[in-house]
Design a protein around this ligand. Structure first.
Ligand code: SAM
Length: 281
């Protein structure tokens, strides 16, 4: 085991500084993918990430935080923790913080963290464990909200099926409110998911429930307590593909009144998860 080398501390004043340029580049998915890094805003997310064992590369904080009586102690304690874990600390101006997060009134703290995905073979459900799968989720706000809801309701993890929005996009990370650090994320192609659903039934003796506007079963009438549960939600615009719907052993409908065609994806997920986890709450 090698000892951790304490991170460096540095003050940066120019937005043109190459370190700041690299950090700002993480606004783009291609750069996040290449570097395996992402940005998280705020003191809470930096604290949650480190406490949950996620690797923090750089903690950036505003110089002004050191002049604020309410913030100074917290930010300094966070900086000490980050450096002890090997992360660097950058002290920057408000202008630089705004340019990194691309919004006015930026948070005083931003962290650069290493991305983390769980591999499909690490999914080993027991009893009535519940996992959630999302078909081609497009909206980062929906994805972040769903990850937060999965955390709140005790789902074991979220499977991203097909081409999805990036869970490490700033907007998605924001919407998770820190749940990102507690909910394992797995990626799979549609084809791989069809095989995984088969394995779920055969190896884990579980059930796969798709949610569908043409579902024949009322979502409240299903027994979610006697086996591992895999819940599959459809894409915001198109719903589930035919192949994914066929991979499910049942299709559930959430009853609706009124004139709307469907529920928002994140709302439908909350309703399904609440029902599937009702016995445990
Ligand atoms: N036009 C899409 C369609 O035809 O499926 C609407 C998709 S809806 C906005 C997004 C997803 O939320 C659906 O694929 C389904 O998984 C879930 N959903 C929304 N309302 C639902 C309902 N009433 N019953 C079951 N699932 C629902």
């Amino acid at each position: 085991m090698s000892a951790t080398i304490q991170g460096k501390i540095k003050e940066v004043t120019a937005t043109s500084n190459p370190i700041i340029k690299d950090i700002k580049a993480l606004a783009l998915k291609k750069n996040r993918d290449r570097e395996g890094l992402f940005l998280a805003e705020g003191l809470k997310l930096a604290t949650d990430a480190m406490e949950a064992g996620w690797r923090l590369r750089t903690l950036i904080h505003g110089k002004k935080a050191l002049e604020d009586n309410n913030l100074r102690d917290k930010v300094q304690a966070l900086a000490i923790q980050a450096r002890a874990l090997g992360g660097d600390v950058l002290i920057v101006s408000d202008k630089i913080l705004t340019s990194i997060t691309r919004r006015d009134n930026a948070q005083m703290v931003v962290s650069v963290l290493e991305q983390r995905f769980t591999t499909p073979t690490d999914i080993k459900p027991v009893a009535n464990d519940c996992w959630l799968a999302l078909d081609r989720v497009r909206d980062p706000g929906n994805l972040g909200t769903i990850i937060r809801t999965a955390d709140c309701l005790g789902a074991k993890g979220v499977i991203l099926v097909g081409e999805t929005t990036d869970p490490f996009a700033l907007e998605a990370v924001r919407a998770t409110m820190g749940s990102l650090f507690h909910v394992p994320l797995v990626r799979m192609s549609e084809e791989a998911f069809v095989g995984f659903a088969e394995k779920w039934r055969e190896d884990f003796k579980g059930h796969v429930t798709g949610t569908h506007l043409k579902g024949a079963i009322d979502h409240r009438s299903i027994d979610y307590t006697n086996s591992p549960q895999l819940l599959l939600m459809g894409n915001e615009q198109q719903g589930l593909t035919d192949d994914l719907a066929s991979a499910c052993d049942r299709l559930a409908l959430i009853s609706m009144a009124g004139q709307a065609d469907s529920l928002n994806l994140a709302v439908a997920t909350g309703i399904m998860l609440f029902e599937a986890r009702r016995h445990a709450l």
